[in-house]
Design a protein around this ligand. Structure first.
Ligand code: IVH
Length: 707
């Protein structure tokens, strides 16, 4: 491409456009008072983009045109935080909040020297009979995704998610598309710009943007996002920056690494400086002197938070003076100088239109309320669980009732009660089913003290149960067959290709029939078959945990597998021998013993064994006896590049020492060995609290085993 060099006039015009666009961004996001329309903004942006396209050497890294158009990436790199991103201690209770305040006051009073109190405007002295008060920053707790933005010499160099607090995902390429986040800090005369500045804050999606995103997804036949926060997180994890939702916003609320370190004296001062630099902070932030004022802020904020247009779930109180923050310090989880007061879950009313019955993997019939859609805690809700029919009866719910529902954060919406005063005359009582809605088998009712606690379809061949069991079987924490998800299970069951767990391992004989299915293709079918093949090596613990044996879950399966070492040994055991395993009680033991010797149990294990599924497990005893081999009996995952080994060689070596080396990190993983450039596995291990060794530690342990 032969681009002509820009003329001086063009160079100046480009610089001017960049300055203006940055300034308009700031007015919009920081001052919340734009002076031009979105359309005018777009016109300026287009003009600049044209100039830069014609004269590539005009294009600056921090140009507003550089927000979109980045290349899609392969995966996210995990990077450490220079200063950990801690979480906040929280409370729902005023007295607890007051206790935090009193504690803080006491801790600071002890440290306070006379010079501090005289020289500092931050401690507000009352009259002689009044106690000193602490100045607190009061901030909305925005329900978004935490992000750390690193600016070096004024330029945005990195944006990282919170991750596990010590390491997060580098999402810079996506964050650059967010207009609220400046690519370059504004040089300011009032606040000197630090050479390094890490600003932490919250990216969030306003409610109207969320509604629009879901409207579009619905039109495109895609799954809807649960709430604005999930939708924001999904956006940040896009591989293609062009797919990041427009309209995300950002408020800075904290400090990471800063150089020079003593750049700021107070939290309020720091936030004011950020605004000078062009970083938005929440306009609803205020300060309070002492607890009573802070409490008034909280009450007042609760009144108006419904009108903000974005989700908040509390108020964060922070000791304003940074020197005081330093005195108070932090626990391993959260700083002592801040606390979140959380608002109780929101309750809203809607109308109950019907009750559906869902058949679970154990045959349990769970009633589910179908309601007029209603927005609660930032999510549109149409369904709520009713737990069991005993509860439906106790709450005396009728179809047509106005009901009160509640949703706290992540938790599934609950029906609290019917508003009996508003019950229409034609409201219909809800009759519990006497037969399974899918296979029509008569139900079994479980009661505790005459109260119904559950209803079951007792037919093990019920197609609904089979589907749920298969979905569970293939699930990530069980046999981890990625390609066998909900939809595929439904398809295969409907097509008659899966009629039992054993059939999963006979699917390879039916490849043609699979390929012929709707929206299947050769590649997808082969993926599925490869995934099934790979799952054969998961070991007995996973197998036991995957079969929906009553009372036997993931941890039970592990305990039993390690106690017996093989299916053959387990099959030979009586109930007492099973109950003798650590962590296994008599009820679990009896249930497992029944299953092993039932027709269904015998069939499934014979099928698995015939298919070549690994039905053994390294025994716990082995790991206990060999303190010399720190690997025996442990499930180990390898990731990253190692200097001294190839991964296959290392896997072989560790297996020879009694370890089980698997491909993916799960909660059953005992140890992750991470070489250089480890990525998502390391991230996941950190999240799940799995022990992680680097190569040096590995070599040390191997040396000990050898010696
Ligand atoms: S301060 C060390 N201020 O809440 C504490 N956090 O529950 C640093 N959050 O991960 C956080 N609004 O993502 C702070 N005004 C605010 C906040 C806020 C929302 C989030 C933040 C944090 C989470 C902890």
């Amino acid at each position: 491409m032969s681009a002509s060099p820009p003329t001086d006039a063009q160079r100046e015009r480009a610089a001017k456009l960049r300055r203006e666009l940055h300034e308009h961004n700031r007015r919009y996001h920081v001052d919340a008072s734009p002076t031009i329309t979105d359309q005018q903004y777009d016109e300026l942006l287009e003009e600049l983009a044209r100039l830069e396209a014609e004269h590539p050497d005009l294009a600056a890294e921090d140009s507003p045109t550089r927000r979109v158009g980045g290349e899609p990436i392969e995966g996210f790199e995990t990077v450490p935080h220079a200063v950990p991103m801690l979480s906040i201690d929280n409370t729902y209770d005023r007295d607890e909040l007051r206790a935090w305040y009193e504690r803080t006051l006491k801790a600071l009073a002890k440290e306070q020297t006379p010079e501090d109190s005289s020289g500092s405007p931050l401690f507000v002295e009352g009259g002689p009979e009044q106690a000193a008060e602490i100045r607190l920053a009061c901030e909305p707790k925005v329900d978004g995704v935490a992000l750390s933005l690193r600016y070096e010499n004024g330029s945005l160099v990195r944006a990282v998610t919170r991750g596990d607090g010590t390491r997060g995902d580098d999402v810079t390429h996506n964050v650059r598309t967010i207009r609220a986040i400046p690519l370059a800090l504004r040089a300011s005369t009032e606040a000197e710009r630090p050479a390094v500045l890490e600003a932490r804050g919250e990216v969030f999606m306003p409610d109207d943007v969320f509604t629009e995103v879901n409207r579009q997804r619905e039109a495109e036949g895609l799954d809807l996002f649960m709430n604005p926060r999930n939708s924001t997180a999904g956006s940040l994890k896009q591989k293609d920056p062009a797919k990041v939702v427009r309209g995300l916003r950002f408020f800075a609320h904290g400090l990471g690494e800063v150089e020079p370190a003593e750049a700021f004296a107070s939290h309020g001062g720091f936030l004011a400086a950020l605004r000078e630099f062009g970083l938005p902070t929440n306009p609803a932030i205020d300060t309070a002197s002492g607890f009573d004022e802070a409490w008034r802020y909280i009450e007042n904020f609760d009144q108006r938070r419904g009108e903000l247009g974005y989700a908040t779930d509390g108020v964060v109180l922070k000791v304003d003076r940074l020197a005081d923050q330093a005195v108070l310090g932090a626990t391993s989880k959260s700083p002592r100088w801040c606390v979140a007061f959380k608002f109780p879950a929101e309750r809203v009313r809607t109308v109950l239109r019907g009750v559906e019955v869902q058949v679970g993997k154990t045959g349990k019939l769970t009633p589910r309320a179908v309601m007029d859609p209603v927005l609660v805690a930032g999510t549109t809700v149409r369904h709520a669980t009713l737990h069991n029919f005993g509860e439906v009866a106790r709450k005396d719910l009728r179809v047509g009732d106005t009901v009160v529902i509640e949703k706290a954060g992540e938790i599934i919406p609950q029906v609290i009660e019917a508003v009996v005063d508003e019950r229409p005359e034609d409201a219909k009582p809800i009759a519990p089913p006497d037969a399974c809605p899918v296979c029509a088998t008569g139900v079994q009712i479980e009661t505790v003290e005459d109260q119904e606690t559950a209803r079951y379809c007792p037919n093990p061949d019920c197609p609904a149960q089979l589907r749920e069991r298969l979905i569970h079987f293939a699930g990530r924490k069980q046999m981890d067959i990625d390609a066998l998800g909900d939809k595929t299970v439904h398809q295969l069951v409907d097509a008659g290709l899966l009629t039992s767990i054993g059939d999963v391992f006979r699917l390879h004989e039916k490849r043609d029939a699979i390929v012929a299915l709707d929206r299947m293709a050769e590649k997808k079918a082969d993926n599925l078959l490869a995934g099934i093949e790979a799952s054969k090596a998961r070991g007995l613990a996973r197998v036991l945990g995957s079969l929906t044996i009553r009372h036997v879950g993931g941890s039970g399966g592990k305990a039993i597998a390690r106690g017996f070492g093989s299916l053959d040994a387990l099959r030979a055991a009586d109930v007492e021998a099973i109950a003798a395993v650590d962590d296994i009680g008599p009820i679990t033991a009896a249930s497992l013993h029944d299953f092993l010797h039932s027709d269904a149990g015998r069939t499934v294990f014979d099928d698995l064994s015939a298919a070549g599924v690994d039905l053994t497990e390294p025994m716990a005893a082995a790991s206990r006896e060999s303190t010399e081999s720190p690997f025996a009996g442990r499930k180990i995952v390898l990731t990253g590049t190692l200097e001294s080994f190839t991964r296959p060689d290392l896997a072989e070596k560790l297996e020879s020492l009694g370890a089980k080396v698997t491909g993916s990190v799960s909660k059953n993983t005992d140890l992750l060995i991470a070489g250089e450039a480890a990525g998502s596995k390391l991230d996941k291990a950190a999240r799940l609290g799995v022990e992680v060794w680097d190569e040096a530690k590995l070599l040390e342990a191997l040396a000990e085993t050898a010696g």
